[in-house]
Design a protein around this ligand. Sequence first.
Ligand code: ATP
Length: 215
Amino acid sequence: MNIDQSKIPQATAKRLPLYYRFLKNLHSSGKQRVSSAELSDAVKVDSATIRRDFSYFGALGKKGYGYNVNYLLSFFRKTLDQDELTKVVLIGVGNLGTAFLHYNFSKNNNTEIFAAFDVAEEKVGTKIGEVPIYHLDELEEQLPDGAPVAILTVPAPAAQAITDRLIEIGVKGILNFTPARLNVPDSIRIHHIDLAVELQSLVYFLKHYPSETSV
Ligand code: ATP
């Protein structure tokens, strides 16, 4: 199973975790194979897209048989680095940051927030769940080896300066929950999640495109 991952289109790559989660459930319920129609129904991606996506993984479904669940699972596990734990830091322990620390993505066993940073004196030195909260001034000292991924849940005006420091210590990917558009070098990957914009856009689509179910 030697697949050149750089050949997988980004849109396909983004759907991998979705497929993976569903296949894991299928596997634990003892299913050995799945059709693209069943998958399509469960993950709400049309079956032509699923077939095209899976063809990039070398998984060619057989007519009347479907896809082999074990094959797909082991492919996803490798591709998504499920065997390797990715350490994540969180900056900004406000309402949203606190919720993430409680949640800590424990159902995804390959990512874990292991340290959080804030500037509020009453938060520094405490823990949420198992995660210690340090002062932002200690960022470089606490993370001499950096961390691959950071979650940003600070007020927007603080975001750029913190991002620059994160990059300096070696962070490669940032999940940005602030509305700030961040300037970063090409080698750094940023995913923006602006919950207010998402909510507004959902309301807009409901109003203007009531018959379409998703975009
Ligand atoms: P809260 O109810 O705790 O104020 P919030 O999510 O409404 O939460 P925000 O003003 O968005 O509050 O701030 C989020 C968190 O980011 C807060 O815990 C705040 O102390 C922290 N924060 C603010 N400025 C910085 C900064 N420069 N660096 C790190 N953390 C910061």
